[in-house]
Design a binder for this molecule. Sequence first.
Ligand SMILES: [Zn+2]
Length: 444
Amino acid sequence: MSTHPWSGEPLVRLADGTVKQVSPLTGTVVWTVPGRANRPLGVPADVLRAVDPAQADRLCAFCAGRYRETPPEKARLVDGPDSGPVVLREVPAEALDATVARLRRIPNLFEILSVDYWRTNHGFRPSVDVVARAARYTATPAGRAHVLAILERRALAGGVAPTDWAAIPEAERLTRAVDLFAGSHDVVVPRRHLVDGARYDDELAGSGTMTPDEHHAYTAFTVDALRDLYASQPHARYVAVFQNWLRPAGASFDHLHKQLVAIDEHGPQIDRELARLRVEPDVFTTAVLDHAAAHRLVVAENAHAVAVAGVGHRYPSLEVYSTSAHQLPWEHTAAEVRAVSDLLHALHAATGVRVPSNEEWHHRPPDAAEAMPWRVVLKWRVSTLAGFEGGTKINVNTIDPAALRERVVGALHDLRRQGAIAGMLLGDECSHRLGVLRYTDPPA
Ligand SMILES: [Zn+2]
């Protein structure tokens, strides 16, 4: 045969079983070669240590017993006095241990873009509210001690000698406090490091070990943080939201957390998508969701979201799409956020806590005119890019989308029997309806 088997289709299976994919959004080229798909995925713990119950909430700086090792928190979710959770904002240092935070939102001590970056490059000035908050927090002995300790940790990590730091008068050190309150790189941390009652330190609490209700609270709390970062950093053009799980996926802590990072560009991925949307506004419908339905790659579906095995990812990837006409995450109704959360939670549960993963949120930059759906991609970091990928830009992925779909749908059926996931349609039960996304609908 003289013609190349590659036809420009996003997904082609060759006669020998090799699957060639190209991402309809990014052009990423991925091959899956038969025989490489059945390797075990999980990373076993190197050394298993018994958990001392007295230390179970002090395993890392994100743990509930070490609230003062992170910068002053912006918000926490606690159990309300009657029913349902309550968000407390700006808890003073004296009150940090008065409640148990189910979720905390804290500034990242080592920001990708510092407050100085925004100040120097954009003329950013912390708002009057933020300046007043820093002053209130440091007005008490406990708050002042907390802030000075965090500032010292940051200074020392930045190469300042301990003696030089100690030589700076306290009042001068405290002038830097406002930067701890004015940052736009936040971390959202759930309470547990290990699952409740864990006996060994490898029994990590992940997104998938939460209940659907807990995961919904985690998702909604993160959506609120996203809205707030856009409001508080006027020079932000995009806020990246992601969750790195386990060290091979880039996490510096084994304690579950999401990060939100405001940046002053959209980034090349979003810009490429916006360029494509200008030509083809319904590309997410035609090239992704309709394609997934036609190729039986739909994994799960509920009233306001659909999950598919993704095509053209260098790592095996699952994608959750909001089917809502609302685009920005915080414009979604509570039921719509819940729907996205339920599918994402189920995918994490099916993935298991031993598989390193990146969870990446994508949404329309608020300053962009093109309609774009809210979607979340869950990547299994089960392979390492090497010389072949670097030299050819052909990525060898170990699991093709159809195999990924089979594997995950099977796991979801087991989880449903155990009552571990919310109600949803799975695999063949899904509608496989075309045109399921409503992001291009005119605003109501
Ligand atoms: Zn921890």
